[in-house]
Design a protein around this ligand. Structure first.
Ligand code: PLP
Length: 426
């Protein structure tokens, strides 16, 4: 062990619990398939897909080859200035769009998920303002919803600690409970009621994840449809944040497409490049785009960053689309997802310390009072899992290419770890 004081790195102090665990030997050095090796030589099955993003595992030949080719051809072009974006940006967007819900028509690439969410919010406010409704400033999110960190996305993320630590963050953001919070009345309408109370005519947009990552709460089709209906009838833009759920995680390109929803804006990130390079996207509905397009050229929103739509990342994303469409990845998510869910339920039944299993596709939460202890116990047995900021659960969110044997391995290790920690419920 070396003391964090001796590292040449600074990481967020919120991660200090993790930093305390780090030693030079535990740092990661190599990845193959769904496994990673640390510098000390130990291999782990990565049941957390990096940070929920390494969807195709660590050595997908098509993605690696695409990045190498692009490196030799054109390693950089800028998306935001001087009218000379990479030709690849057109190819990549053209390849992705047919797999997204049909009412969506334009893709704007950004650098990371937080930036995509912020861009969507700014676009929403901008359009309302340009259309003569500057009073529509408020943006609603759900408590516990995660939309990123930083001054804009962090304000939208429904974790109060983030708002207080270095605020004020983006003004005009409000939160309401999601349907999974226990607050007596069944709770299914709280976000809608909060918006109705606030005054819908003052609201620009609402941002929701279709599966709330913080606890893996799968929002029902009915809930999302009624939210969408409320937004539509009140002129509020619906932004669906698919940074985690998009690009195959739930067994389809998007959860939105699976449920037949029609948001005004949709965000993608993480799996867009399988984590091989940073990339995210805001996708605009045809209607939203038309309304923007009607504005004079000098009144368009000026937003972006140097590395938006970086060619190496676009090359990776094109290869990811190819992999999802030709390599049976989505079928694998559905089949392995069913097996994983079944096995997790069987394991949890045997251990009273685990109180619930929830999820869909290849994304599951297992509730326990001391998720940190369970994470350590699984790690000691060679399986990496996630824990969450505030919800008492571990999250199993493996690469989408996981095999049936690897699903079995994860659940065996969970079973053993829970058996070793019978007092986990406290
Ligand atoms: C749903 C969702 N939106 C946005 C983000 C932010 O993405 P990034 O970390 O790439 O900024 C995340 C990251 O975990 C996320 O899960």
């Amino acid at each position: 062990m070396i003391s964090p004081a001796d590292y040449p790195l600074w990481n967020s102090p919120a991660m200090s619990a993790y930093l305390k665990e780090v030693s030079p030997e535990t740092m990661l050095a190599e990845g193959r398939g769904v496994r990673v090796r640390d510098a000390g030589g130990r291999w782990f099955l990565d049941a957390r897909s990096g940070l929920w993003n390494v969807t195709l595992g660590y050595d997908h030949p098509g993605v690696k080859e695409a990045i190498k080719r692009q490196l030799d051809t054109l390693p950089y072009a800028n998306l935001i200035g001087y009218g000379r974006p990479s030709a690849l940006s057109l190819t990549a967007a053209g390849a992705l769009l047919p797999h997204l819900p049909g009412h969506l028509s334009k893709i704007r690439y950004c650098g990371n998920g937080s930036q995509a969410v912020e861009t969507a919010v700014l676009l929403s406010r901008f359009l309302h303002r340009a259309e003569g409704a500057p009073e529509r400033e408020a943006v609603f999110g759900m408590w516990r919803g995660f939309h990123g960190l930083g001054a804009g996305a962090g304000a939208l993320t429904g974790i109060p600690y983030l708002h207080h630590q270095a605020g004020p963050l983006l003004p005009g953001v409000a939160h309401a409970p999601g349907p999974f919070e226990s607050h007596g009345d069944g709770g299914t309408e709280d976000l809608r009621l909060a918006m109705a109370d606030y005054g819908p005519e003052r609201i620009s947009a609402v941002v929701v994840e279709p599966v709330v990552g913080e606890g893996v709460h799968v929002l029902t089709e009915d809930y999302l449809r009624s939210l969408a209906g409320f937004c539509r009838s009140n002129g509020i833009h619906l932004i669906i944040d698919e940074v985690t759920t998009g690009m195959g995680r739930t067994g389809a390109f998007t959860r939105t497409g699976q449920l037949g929803l029609r948001p005004d804006l949709l965000t993608l990130g993480k799996g867009l490049t399988s984590g091989y390079a940073p990339l995210s996207a805001v996708v605009l509905s045809a209607e939203f785009y038309q309304r923007l397009h009607q504005l004079p050229l000098e009144r368009q929103l000026f937003v972006g960053s140097t590395h938006d739509g970086h060619p190496l990342a676009l090359a990776a994303s094109l290869a990811v689309v190819e992999a999802l469409t030709t390599e049976g990845v989505l079928d694998n998510v559905r089949e392995r997802g069913r097996e994983l869910e079944q096995r997790l339920n069987d394991v949890v039944k045997r251990h009273p310390s685990a109180t619930a299993v929830r999820g869909t596709g290849l994304m599951y939460a297992i509730e326990v009072d001391r998720p940190d202890l369970l994470r350590h116990a699984m790690e000691a047995r060679g399986v990496l899992v996630s824990t969450l900021a505030r919800w008492p659960a571990i999250v199993i969110i493996p690469p989408l290419v996981i095999s049936a044997d690897e699903v079995e391995e994860i659940t065996l290790v969970l079973d053993q770890a829970l058996g070793e920690l019978p007092g986990l419920a406290g």
